[in-house]
Ligand binder design. Structure first.
Ligand code: ASP
Length: 273
């Protein structure tokens, strides 16, 4: 059972972006720490403005940028929900898990916790992400539709995620700006245990796609709980194929791994001896 890391660039990300992910994994230094091996590539993706996580996160329709991130390993879990103005939400999620007595922190409390942990102010907006909002505002106004709720159905993703298997242990990490377009305060699946992320002694699972539907199905835990009952490929395909909205999964177990989605989805996998 080789040590391994599997990452994705989000449901909807072009398959051609897999080469960016390959490079990230090529540069990943091996550590005998399963959590760090899941978190490090997510940090790299947060720092790359191509992805909807950290720098380059999509804005809410009011123009603010609120990000979600989560980590899980063993029975330990930590997440931040709607955190603002930090560079690497996944590191704050790790600190929630490792340094706080809580499992989830949201909104102002999450941002304040980040400052207390030493993470300074950082504006994750990019021209590209704000352009998306501008276009949305133009479209909704042009069509004489002041009611933007009508447009909230057209959602897209590009969240990032990672699962790792190191010396028989498993970890998962996920980070997202959310599924555009969305209201301020909206929470998807990514920071919710069992919905967008789950890891335990049988493996690790991370989801991407339309968070509302993924969370309604408690998708990550649902897949995790079936590990061992059939091949991982069959379990994941059956679950993802039942979705009518965009949905993707990466998962790793003791001797299998899979990246599967009902849309395009960049991914990369690397083994470490
Ligand atoms: N699942 C994320 C969310 O709904 C979006 C994504 O995966 O791209 O917030």
């Amino acid at each position: 059972m080789a040590n391994a890391v599997l990452v994705h660039g989000g449901a909807g990300s072009p398959n051609s972006m897999s080469s960016v992910l390959d490079d990230i994994l090529k540069n990943l230094k091996f550590e005998n720490n399963v959590l760090n091996m899941a978190i490090s590539p997510v940090m790299s993706m947060e720092d790359n403005p191509l992805f909807n996580a950290g720098t380059g996160s999509v804005p809410r329709i009011d123009g603010s940028i609120q990000m979600d991130a989560a980590v899980m390993s063993g029975k330990e879990f930590g997440s931040v929900i709607c955190i603002e103005n930090v560079k690497n939400p996944v590191l704050v999620a790790r600190d929630v898990m490792v340094k706080s007595p809580h499992i989830m922190l949201s909104g102002d409390g999450a941002t304040q916790f980040a400052r207390e942990m030493g993470y300074g102010y950082y504006n994750p907006a990019t021209e590209r992400s704000m352009e998306r909002l501008k276009k949305f505002n133009e479209e909704t106004t042009k069509n004489g539709m002041p009611d933007k709720f009508k447009f909230l159905e057209k959602k897209s993703g590009d969240t990032v995620g990672s699962v790792s298997r190191i010396n028989g242990k498993f970890a998962a990490a996920v980070s997202t700006g959310g599924a555009f377009p969305m209201l301020r305060g909206r929470v998807g699946d990514s920071p919710i245990i069992g919905a967008g992320i789950y890891a335990g002694e049988k493996g690790a699972v991370v989801a991407t796609g339309i968070g509302e539907e993924i969370a309604r199905n408690l998708l990550s835990y649902r897949i995790y709980s079936q590990i061992g009952e059939a091949s991982l490929g069959n379990i994941v395909k059956k679950e993802v194929d039942s979705f009518t909205v965009s949905c993707g999964i990466i998962a790793i177990t003791e001797n299998e791994y899979i990246s599967y989605s009902n849309t395009s989805m960049a991914y990369a996998y690397r083994e470490f001896q």
